[in-house]
Design a protein around this ligand. Structure first.
Ligand SMILES: [Zn+2]
Ligand SMILES: [Zn+2]
Length: 656
């Protein structure tokens, strides 16, 4: 159907066509379809482009009306809300300049230039002003200005950041200006018809520093964050989630439980492990030692630095240079802090000759590494510049690679099972064979290595997704991804199959035929780095670690001086107990009460008021605060009688 020149035909998503006078608006179309839609409509998509409901439609188009129920609504609400935030701030704090204010995941922010700092006490005031603006139902108006006129205008009213922003738009282009009542801003749109359509399911959440255009060399701005939702119920649910996540945030718990700290004197991203945190580190290392021994690993120790030439040879420098620390000059030669442990391990493998009978050779080390991360990317223990990795390299023959890879996957499964980690997924990272400058140019070897990993994954029955272009430069890898409680997804461990090391480090074995053959290397780190893994565990257990991992497992509290000797006896006995197994019940996350979450102590032991009567019995409290009796004599033999599942006979340990 073709419309007359002064008419436009719009096609709805269901294929139905409607004809209107040219210049019809989305609002009018919605009203023509029905009064319900007219009310619920927020914006309209015109041939896929977002239009305000009041913007005239000048040509035939496919349209879709977006309502509050559509998934797009949240971003629209948050974008409008950022404008309202800027309006409120400028009304309350004259002289404040606006810069930019986008919608983000879960909310929005706006960056302001103001000499005086905002304080948390300002936020409720700003919220009240925002509510007033929303209630007033200010109408929105869109204007199109030539770029240069807009630059002059914003300069004229003292908005230098806006003027700079607009000046960076190509000359000759028009820009759109949005008005809400008599407040206006440069904006691509779209916006709602009135501020009343936003609703008031919002909250300002925090103030942070930011730099103009994200560059630390530029002026510092003040960022106000907020969250906004369709309705009150959604907002409340979000705030509850946020509260729960904050309670579990490893940065906060790490401080409260005295697990780790950072010092400006040492440097950003370089954690200092405190005694409590060190217990977790050591227990993880002990666990790794035990589990790796079952799988035939042998341990090595290597230095944290090496000559720069080593990293040219390993190709870390050409491929990974921006992730490394700058060189250190030692006796006129450049040394580097190591970003990975592989080259050192390769040199150990290469130090002796190996026959086919010796393989696979599995060498392991909790190795300390240093990588350069931009300061803006650092986050608690999750993203650091110095870390200690649960590393190992398996040197094997081609025909062993698949089984070795499966064995590594099974080791992961054992750890995850033990630590009750269920919420993770695996990603097979493939090379982008069109971008071989990033990936070593050996297409056939890539395909062979991929085939081995795919077979190993299929045989181990583990589910995974594939991701293109994310492989390590020396081979395909399997990443284990987890989500932190603050919602960021992290790679917790990585396993790679490496066919390059055999060339770069001349790693060979002597085959049955007496000739040299290339070695395949598997890089693996199931427990990741101490830093990231501990960060994850803190959030995973909300700070209430299982007994075997807990920094302080028990505390003995003598209630009077008279029971001092008894308390000492209890303490000695507890110290003598060599084993605490990850319990199957009792001291678990689900049993942790809010008040006890803050306590790193799993078990409390109070000696009673009547020492005589209690000489042979103590009162033990688990985190649940449900008291239980437990006989002191010979704890190891009392396993079955212990109602809370403490002290079972198990190879897991507790020393000191
Ligand atoms: Zn806008
Ligand atoms: Zn490695």
């Amino acid at each position: 159907m073709s419309a007359a020149p002064e008419q436009v035909t719009v096609t709805l998503p269901d294929g139905k066509a409607m004809t209107f006078a040219k210049g019809v608006t989305g609002g009018e179309i919605a009203a023509a379809i029905g009064p319900g839609l007219a009310k619920a409509a927020l914006i309209i998509l015109v041939d896929g482009k977002e239009y305000d409901l009041f913007r005239p439609i000048e040509q035939d188009a496919k349209i879709r009306i977006i309502t509050r129920k559509d998934p797009e609504a949240l971003e629209l609400i948050r974008h409008d809300m950022a404008h309202v935030l800027a309006m409120a701030v400028q009304a309350l704090y004259p002289g404040t300049q606006v810069t930019i204010g986008p919608a983000i995941e879960d909310g929005f922010y706006y960056d302001f230039a103001r000499a005086e700092p905002f304080t948390p006490e300002d936020l409720p005031k700003i919220e009240d002003e925002m509510r007033k603006i929303i209630k007033a139902g200010l109408p929105t108006r869109r204007e199109v200005w030539p770029r240069d006129q807009a630059v002059e205008h914003f300069k004229g009213i003292g908005e230098t950041y806006k003027a700079e922003l607009i000046a960076s738009i190509p000359a000759g282009e028009d820009v759109s200006i949005y008005w809400h009542g008599d407040w206006h801003d440069l904006c691509r749109g779209p916006h709602f018809r009135t501020t009343a359509e936003l609703g008031d399911a919002f909250k300002l959440t925090k103030i942070a520093g930011a730099y103009w255009r994200g560059d630390a060399k530029n002026a510092q701005l003040q960022r106000i964050y907020g969250t906004a939702w369709r309705d009150k119920k959604e907002l409340d649910e979000y705030l509850l989630r946020l509260e729960e996540a904050e309670k579990r945030d490893h940065r906060r718990l790490g401080r409260e439980l005295e697990l780790f700290t950072f010092s400006p004197d040492v440097g950003a991203g370089l954690p200092l492990w405190m005694p409590n945190g060190m217990v977790i580190r050591q227990e993880l290392e002990f666990l790794a030692l035990q589990e790796e021994r079952k799988d035939g690993y042998r341990r090595v120790a290597t230095p944290h630095i090496a000559k720069e030439a080593l990293y040219y040879r390993s190709r870390h420098l050409p491929y990974y240079g921006e992730g490394m620390y700058a060189p250190l000059d030692i006796d006129g030669e450049n040394y580097r802090l190591r970003p990975m442990n592989c080259p050192h391990h390769h040199l150990i493998y290469g130090a002796t000759r190996h026959s086919y009978r010796e393989l696979p050779l599995r060498i392991a080390e909790y190795g300390q590494d240093y990588r350069y991360e931009a300061s803006g990317g650092l986050s608690g223990l999750m993203r650091v510049r110095g870390f200690c990795m649960n590393d190992a390299h398996i040197y094997c023959r081609y025909d062993q690679a698949k089984d070795e890879f499966i064995r590594v996957m099974k080791l992961h499964a054992r750890y995850y099972d033990l630590l009750d980690i269920k919420d993770f997924h695996m990603r097979l990272s493939l090379p982008d064979l069109n971008k071989l400058d990033k990936f070593v140019d050996e297409p056939q070897k890539w395909l062979d290595a991929l085939a081995i990993i795919r077979q190993a994954m299929d045989e181990s029955g583990l589910k995974y997704v594939e991701g293109k272009g994310e492989a390590a430069f020396y081979g395909p890898k399997i990443d284990f991804m987890i989500k932190s409680t603050i919602g960021t997804e992290y790679t917790i461990s990585t396993n790679q199959l490496d066919f390059l090391a055999t060339q770069t480090f001349d790693l060979k074995y002597i085959g049955e035929d007496g000739a040299d053959h290339p070695v395949y290397v598997i890089h693996r780190a199931p427990l990741g780095t101490h830093e990231r893994f501990t960060a994850f565990l803190i959030e995973h257990y909300a700070g209430a670690f299982p007994t075997w991992l807990a920094p302080i497992q028990a505390r003995v509290i003598p209630i009077s001086e008279k029971v001092g000797d008894y308390a000492q006896k209890v303490l000695d006995t507890l110290f003598a107990v060599p084993v605490v197994k990850p319990p199957t019940s009792g001291c678990r996350r689900k049993s942790a009460t809010p008040s006890s979450r803050k306590s790193p102590i799993c078990w409390w032991w109070a000696s009673g008021r009547r020492p005589r009567a209690r000489w042979r019995s103590g009162c033990v409290r688990a985190r649940t605060w449900a008291p239980c009796r437990w006989k002191l004599s010979s704890p190891a033999s009392k396993t079955k009688r212990n109602p809370a599942g403490m002290w079972p006979n198990n190879p897991f340990r507790r020393t000191g």
